[in-house]
Write a protein that binds this ligand. Structure first.
Ligand code: 16G
Ligand code: ZN
Length: 525
């Protein structure tokens, strides 16, 4: 490998355009698309090196800015087991993205020598992108970075983030997880879904019909592909298919934060089940409007409780002794946490925001259910759990069913479509409609505020972001305010994706919640 070419290529094709520092954050690099070409190229280079360190295992590179507005784009790396890039490499990625073009050659040489990388060894990188108009250009930059270091690159084109995670794991497990192709992905999920559904398309209050808001993103396209391949096992009306701007007035983030219906909603009967995914289809929330035309949200906490309840029941019926835990963040509604601890009696853990923290914690259980309130989450099963369930399936019908449930779940990362198919399976099994689901527990009214400050990083937190460490005195002041509210809870944290401080508040009533959020907001300003 001639590192001169790496530099020459960069200077000719992907010169660094911005001097503003950029950081590998909670979900990779994000920013205005016009400044990201050099970052993409360099991440192609880095993924190639990372694959070599991992003995040629496939590394994924996803070009997307998820729920961000259309002018933004971003990139994240996927490690061989489908997990987010190892934390210690985030700073390597940040440094590489920020060096000047003239220092690039020396910097890459240093990464190679520091990590004792054999540059002659094989390297394999999978790349995918969302459907933003600048994504193809940025994807090519990633691929060129791989080629500059003589790695093998396989381009998957427009795919959801969880599909790319699936392909990476499928390839690295030599097919044990599924075939690393788009058809392989559809086949695995649809087969499991249709076996579980059987001929019972409707049951009790459950109707086989829902509205799917695709956020004008890749999730809409892929849902249409699902529908084509499904044998009418689910009636889905797809809206926001891609004619409008990605995530604009639609999608999971909009619906969750605004607590209202997305643009383009057809006129439907009250209580019609509706679902919204985000721009790269790794988040999902449900919603409906009732007979008084009031909007009701069924968020990630609801999905987590529904899934945990169902799985616990299944495990009991199989007569297996498996540990189960549910992982949340500070954003989980207090109503859900009480329900999990008191009614479901499942151990519940709280970790900092970001999928990598949730995933990591969930690995500690035989069955780890993790969800953020925003709808990002999945279930992971330990090898121990899988082999016990498999053995039990020889004699138990329930265990056999559970094996199909495992196949339906994309364990590699939160997957909006897989999560939705799981929720549909459970609701059908229980004979429930959204009304029944909503009745399991009451959400406390809650509110989020964004506050612009000079330097958001003066706020540091501990205890899964629920307690402020600095500035000194802030936490005492928050505690004092909160103590005046019935069922009050509030916390503040610097955002990992935007230059703002976020305030979260919940309390017994809507008015009290608003006033609590406002009072805490003033303390931050
Ligand atoms: C990223 C995270 C998401 C988290 C959000 C918080 C991943 C793949 N995505 O989108 O899980 O909820 O950031 O954003 O980890 P914030 O720090 O701006 O509140
Ligand atoms: Zn996303």
């Amino acid at each position: 490998i001639n590192l001169r070419t790496v530099y020459a290529f960069a200077r000719e094709m992907y010169p660094k355009k911005s001097t503003a520092p950029i950081q590998y954050g909670t979900a990779g690099f994000r920013g205005k698309a016009e400044f990201l070409d050099s970052v993409m190229y360099r991440m192609g280079v880095l993924a190639t090196l990372r694959s070599r360190i991992r003995g040629g295992a496939v590394i994924g590179v996803m070009v997307t800015a998820s729920h961000n507005p259309e002018p933004d784009n971003g990139v994240k790396l996927i490690d061989p087991k489908g997990e987010m890039l190892e934390a210690s490499w985030e700073s390597i990625a940040t440094d590489l993205a920020n060096v000047e073009d003239s220092e690039l050659e020396a910097h890459v040489a240093k990464i190679i020598s520091d990590n004792k990388i054999d540059v002659g060894s094989s390297s394999n990188v999978f790349v995918g992108m969302d459907n933003r108009y600048h994504s193809p250009r940025l994807l090519k930059a990633v691929a060129d970075g791989v080629i500059a270091l003589k790695g093998n690159v396989r381009e998957f084109g427009i795919v959801t983030t969880p599909m790319l995670h699936f392909f990476v794991v499928a390839a690295n497990t030599r097919g044990a997880y599924g075939q690393p192709t788009e058809e392989g992905y559809y086949r695995k999920l649809i087969t499991a879904f249709e076996i579980l559904r059987g001929d019972n398309l409707e049951n009790g209050n459950y109707r086989n019909k829902l509205v799917f808001d695709g956020a004008n993103g890749v999730g809409a396209r892929k849902m249409l592909q699902f529908i084509k391949r499904m044998h009418d096992s689910l009636q889905v009306d797809v809206i926001n298919k891609g004619d409008g701007k990605i995530n604009e007035n639609c999608g999971a983030d909009y619906v969750k934060v605004k607590q209202g219906v997305p643009i383009g909603m057809p006129i439907v009967e009250p209580y019609t089940r509706c679902v919204s995914v985000d721009g790269d289809a790794d988040r999902v929330v449900y919603f409906f409007t009732d007979d008084k035309n009031q909007f009701r949200l069924l968020d990630g906490d609801r999905i987590a409780t529904l899934v945990a309840d169902y799985l616990m029941d299944m495990v009991k019926r199989c007569g297996l002794d498996l540990s189960m835990g549910l992982v949340q963040t500070a954003y989980a509604n207090g109503g859900s946490t009480d329900y999990i601890s008191n009614t479901l009696q499942v151990p519940v853990a709280c970790v900092p925001t970001g999928v990598k923290h949730l995933h990591h914690k969930a690995l500690q259980y035989d069955i780890g259910v993790y969800f953020e309130a925003n709808g990002h989450g999945t279930v992971i099963f330990s090898e121990n759990a899988k082999s016990l369930i498999k053995a039990a399936s020889e004699t138990s019908v329930d265990a056999k069913t559970l094996l199909h449930v495992i196949d339906l779940i994309n364990e590699t990362v939160g997957d909006a479509i897989s999560d939705m198919l799981l929720v549909e399976t459970i609701l059908n099994h229980k004979g429930w409609d959204v009304k029944d689901w909503l009745a399991t527990y009451d959400d406390l009214p809650n509110l989020q505020l964004k506050i612009k400050v000079q330097d958001r990083n003066v706020i540091t937190t501990t205890d899964a972001e629920r307690v402020c460490v600095t500035p000194v005195g802030l936490q005492e002041a928050i505690d004092k305010v909160v103590s005046n509210y019935k069922r009050g809870r509030a916390f503040v944290r610097p955002s990992g994706t935007e230059d703002v401080v976020r305030v979260y508040a919940e309390a017994a009533t809507k008015d009290e919640t608003e006033s609590l959020a406002y009072e805490v907001g003033i303390l931050v300003q």
